[in-house]
Design a binder for this molecule. Sequence first.
Ligand SMILES: [Fe+2]
Length: 261
Amino acid sequence: MTDPAGFVDLHAHLFVGLDDGPRRIEDALALCRQMVETGTTLVAATCHQRGHFASVHRTEITEKFGELKIRLEAEDIPLRIVPNAEWMLDSATIENLPHLLPDLVTMGDAGRYALVEFPRPFPSFAALVPEMLSPHGLKPILAHVERYDIVAHNPNRVEELIQRGYVIQVNAESITNTYFPATIETCRRLIQRGLVHVIASDSHSVDRRPTRMKEAQAIVSHWTSSDTAQLLMTENPLAIIEGRDVRRAQSLGWLTRLRRR
Ligand SMILES: [Fe+2]
């Protein structure tokens, strides 16, 4: 489906005028060019739904996706895209979830995986989401787990979420942004313990939040191995887009974790 060496980015905001992503189509195309130049070959073009973006519906996402695909072809930008949404599962959305599901866009619109986020602090009902989605054939991907202190600082909580059925995603920028060393440390601990399945950019624009996949790959390769970086940034995200199961990365022993800081 894609260059096996290329990054597959499961989470990048590329739709103009729907959420807090790029403001103009030129900005979206600039971000796509940056992705290509830094090694990304396939992207799940993502739009927020629910929460502050409750007015964003499937029809708008489908329309904007079609527009972006045409522009990528017209501009000769070799980036494959599939549609996606990031669901804000606040309590109002959870209460109405079965009713809302037909309007919510899944990964690649394939009805197998759903990228989800929660209000902070991490709500207790989040633990029940996999079993809520399971009857609908859906598996949740928890976006940017590192944002939820109560979870991210406790590897046992992350393990419990995985056992309940979550796929765990970390943002590339959280691994690379040296203004937030504590977040980098959180990501390192989770990744070295095999508690992360996917690293994605969550990019919004070249200026405000560019893709940092290439920089993150170098750091994760140092923390773990180039094979693990490949698993988290190419193999697992591709499996998700193709509706297959993900694999767990190896958990490193304490001495190795200490050496590879
Ligand atoms: Fe996002």
